[in-house]
Design a protein around this ligand. Structure first.
Ligand code: UP5
Ligand code: MG
Length: 194
């Protein structure tokens, strides 16, 4: 029997806007599985120790975007490994045109994108959050952060605008406390029928 379509929600927003934090809460409350594209790439970088690992490392340090063939395959593999689960929060993807086109090529027939959750937050707040995170991430320094913000503004915002033009974006300000943000997010999911 054919596998049911995956139910996908893309979660986008600037670096440090709280995508991961919110997705963990949504996963706990609503049963979606949280897949962070960044986490999947960081895991792959550890595991590989090869050409692909080095390529991922370079992109992460430079705040540039890994070719979609790598990222989309990791996302699809993670979905396949999730057993009977069919609802996924895809966090931090698609973040450029290459990602969007690659997703369409590889996943359009396998997944339905319900909507894009856009966590909006002023850049200074986001930078301070990343610098205060203390998880030792290779890209949580001022230089990488500046590059991540430029990449976000020039490459990811246009993807969010693309989905806005299709009426598929639900925006929540992620500037308030994490609990307040989550309350807003729950309303959005409720309105969307989840
Ligand atoms: N925090 C969170 N919410 C808060 C709130 N409401 N109030 C106060 N503090 C709050 O949160 C960041 C910090 O802020 C934490 O300390 C948290 O406690 C606090 P977090 O939830 O981690 O924010 P998030 O948006 O997930 O930030 P992250 O740094 O993960 O976002 P990025 O988009 O920069 O990072 P990601 O891991 O997605 O990508 C990293 C790199 O991987 C990219 O730059 C790119 O090089 C590569 N990448 C690709 O190439 N392709 C992809 O598809 C994905 C990633
Ligand atoms: Mg994250």
């Amino acid at each position: 029997m054919a596998r049911p379509l995956y139910n996908v929600i893309f979660v986008l927003g600037p670096p440090g806007s709280g995508k991961g934090t919110s997705c963990i809460k949504i996963q706990e409350k609503l049963g979606f599985v949280h897949l962070s594209a960044g986490d999947l790439l960081r895991e792959e970088r550890q595991r590989e120790g090869s050409e692909v690992g080095r390529l991922i490392e370079e992109h992460i340090k430079n705040g540039s975007i890994v070719p979609v063939e790598i990222t989309c395959k990791l996302i699809e593999n993670a979905m396949e490994s999730a057993g009977d689960v069919t609802g996924f929060l895809v966090d931090g993807f698609p973040r450029n045109q290459d990602n969007l086109e690659g997703w369409k090529r590889q996943m359009d027939e396998k997944a339905k994108v319900n909507f894009v959750l856009f966590l909006s937050c002023p850049v200074e707040v986001c930078i301070n959050r990343c610098l205060g995170r203390g998880q030792g991430r290779a890209d949580d320094n001022e230089e990488s952060l500046r590059k991540r913000i430029v990449t976000y503004n020039t490459q990811t915002l246009p993807i969010i605008e693309h989905y806005m033009a299709l009426g598929q974006v639900k925006e929540v300000s992620s500037e308030p406390t994490a609990d307040e943000v989550f309350a807003q997010i729950l309303d959005v999911f409720k309105e969307a029928g989840f």
